[in-house]
Design a protein around this ligand. Structure first.
Ligand SMILES: C[S@@+](CC[C@H](N)C(=O)[O-])C[C@H]1O[C@@H](n2cnc3c(N)ncnc32)[C@H](O)[C@@H]1O
Length: 269
């Protein structure tokens, strides 16, 4: 297994477990987990955690303190825990669910800090919730493009988006909430999100609250279709993602086609 020489003996490899139990783990990630001196993990599912402990008995959950007012403080504690083991000179493998580089702040922070302190650190890609969505909702980003935002960020930065391209909004249950998930905290945020989206899509446009199946093929994904106007009434959880299909196909720019030398027979997609 490749490992560059660095001034320090500890190392940090961050890998993703994917979304589905065991089935999404890459062979590369599995090898790093098995040979690590210490495995730490942040997984959404206790069964996955148990499975990981069978792969490497050193596996231990990263602290996840929901008493902090802000998630970012908890992320700092998780980052520090990973670094503690690296500083002890161990080969550490940190396992995150999904893709470890997608909406996993402590994973990136730990890599950056480890490198800063002179340790070898790298991340391996994994299968994210978005990858599952492309399959389960038959949504090909190559067709009309794909826009993907964190929901609160989408609203508070007034992100510009194109309604002729698919829109994926992550962490809808955390809209307006910088702390931790509470089942009765997201309704007002969903209402505001709906108001913003309605301006471009209209009230009848179909949207989908999506949850990829963790125990596939025993369980099916959750695919709740509804007109946009009904979104504020939707039941969403920590693992819900909102999919907004394109409103219409974007018109062709014929002048650009001519400049690129594209024949008119190729213009229909
Ligand atoms: C902190 S992020 C973690 C993302 C994860 N690293 C990944 O690669 O998918 C949590 C958000 O990911 C999305 N997510 C996580 N699990 C999901 C699932 N089973 N189905 C759909 N979306 C999911 C939701 O938007 C959720 O709020």
């Amino acid at each position: 297994m490749e490992r560059q020489l660095t001034s320090q003996t500890g190392s940090l490899i961050v890998v993703g477990m994917g979304i589905q139990l065991a089935g999404h783990l890459t062979l590369g990630a599995k090898a790093w987990i098995e040979q690590a001196d210490k495995v730490v993990f942040a997984l959404a599912d206790p069964v996955a955690a148990k499975w990981l402990q069978e792969l490497n008995p050193t596996a231990e959950a990263l602290p996840y303190n929901t008493q902090n007012l802000r998630r970012r403080d908890t992320y700092r504690e998780m980052t520090e825990r990973m670094l503690e083991e690296v500083r002890r000179g161990l080969q550490v493998c940190a396992v995150f669910y999904g893709h470890p580089g997608v909406f996993a702040t402590p994973a990136r922070a730990a890599i950056a800090q480890a490198k800063k302190e002179g340790f070898f650190a790298r991340m391996l890609p994994g299968i994210s919730a978005e990858d599952c969505l492309f399959v389960d909702l038959d949504a090909d980003p190559g067709k009309n493009g794909c826009q993907s935002f964190e929901t609160t960020d989408f609203l508070i930065r007034r992100r510009k988006f194109d309604p002729t391209s698919m829109l994926i909004l992550w962490q809808i249950a955390m809209v307006g909430n910088l702390g931790f998930y509470q089942p009765n905290r997201y309704q007002q945020g969903l209402k505001i999100l709906t108001e913003v989206l309605e301006k471009d899509y209209g009230t009848d446009h179909e949207v989908i609250v999506y949850e990829a199946a963790v125990y596939y093929p025993v369980c099916s994904p959750v695919i709740e279709r509804m007109p946009l106007a009904k979104l504020p009434e939707a039941k969403v959880t920590e693992v819900s993602t909102l999919y907004v299909p394109p409103r219409a196909i974007a018109p062709l720019d014929r002048e650009m086609m001519a400049r690129l030398g594209i024949e008119s027979t190729e213009e229909k997609r």
